[in-house]
Design a protein around this ligand. Structure first.
Ligand SMILES: Nc1ncnc2c1ncn2[C@@H]1O[C@H](COP(=O)(O)OP(=O)(O)OP(=O)(O)O)[C@@H](O)[C@H]1O
Ligand SMILES: [Mg+2]
Length: 266
């Protein structure tokens, strides 16, 4: 079953792009025009060939770059969110500062926002606990495994209590077992923290496992070519082994294939 992005009610929208394009100064038309709406609390994955503009889309939504045309709306921060910190960003590389502790790395966004230490410390502790790193606050990044570095990077995004979490291929460099574990932990956090998640991945399997909706993009300049809704009663090992999962993976793969041959589905 699929539904048009416009079926999301305006009041429930966390992120909306209308006719958004991005042309870099170099002249590269990286993205769009693209129209998409993400409902509050939704988990959506963005899938597409390398260079189609996925990271560009995240950067526009995060306000790290400006669209060349079109309209971009981000829902107002909720009352419980620290002003100005409604969007969290997890980059593909953990990008931790090597010279300081995990605790200081996780606390960096609060320091930049001038949050007093007395308020910051419990929030850092909470974020470390949320990602399973409660005992590693005093460790240095070099003492962490790849998966733990990614957990620290996730904690650094969560410490701002974001309404919207943007994740750019966060688990791509991890082995499969670690990736599965982080997938499950991310799902648990998404449920308990009531966040909207936009997740970029190259993995069809990962996108289907995690998301309620998979958006497939064309080759550059990326536009949406398909939207696949994933219905799942539970997201666990049983789902991964189910015919419904295999069927959804096939549908996403089929939708993705034209982008790799230069023939677009839409
Ligand atoms: N800052 C920039 N200046 C100029 N061109 C850029 C910039 N960032 C990205 N591009 C170009 O825009 C296009 C889209 O890049 P983007 O990083 O958004 O793709 P992507 O879908 O995230 O790719 P990947 O899957 O490989 O991460 C590419 O051609 C890239 O070279
Ligand atoms: Mg990218």
């Amino acid at each position: 079953m699929s539904s048009s992005p416009s079926s999301v009610r305006a009041v429930d929208i966390a992120v909306r792009l209308r006719g958004v394009t991005k042309v870099y100064d170099s002249g590269v038309a990286a993205l769009g025009p693209i129209d998409l709406s993400i409902a509050k609390g939704e988990f959506v994955s963005l899938l597409g060939p390398s260079g189609c503009g996925k990271s560009t889309a995240l950067r526009l939504i995060a306000g790290l770059a400006d669209p060349s045309s079109g309209a971009l709306d981000i829902a107002a921060a909720s009352a419980t969110t620290h002003p100005g910190h409604r969007i969290g960003f997890v980059f593909q590389e953990p990008t931790l500062m090597p010279w300081t502790s995990v605790r200081d790395n996780v606390g960096l966004p609060l320091k930049l926002a001038h949050v007093p230490a007395a308020e910051a410390q419990p929030r850092i502790d909470a974020a470390l606990a949320q990602v399973g790193l409660a005992d590693f606050g005093d460790a240095f990044p070099r003492e962490l495994s790849g998966g733990m570095k990614m957990r620290a990077s996730l904690a650094r995004a969560l410490v701002t209590r974001p309404d919207i979490l943007l994740m750019d291929e966060p688990f791509a460099a991890l082995d499969e077992i670690t990736r599965f574990r982080l997938n499950n932990d991310l799902l648990a956090l998404w449920r308990s923290l009531n966040m909207t998640v936009l997740f970029v991945t190259h993995s069809v399997f990962e996108s289907v496992y995690l998301s309620q909706r998979v958006l497939v993009m064309t080759a550059r300049p990326g536009r949406l070519s398909a939207e696949i809704r994933i219905e799942a009663a539970t997201r666990d090992d049983a789902f991964r082994a189910s015919p419904a999962y295999a069927d959804a993976c096939r549908r996403v793969s089929d939708a993705l294939a034209p982008a790799y041959t230069g023939v677009h589905a839409l």
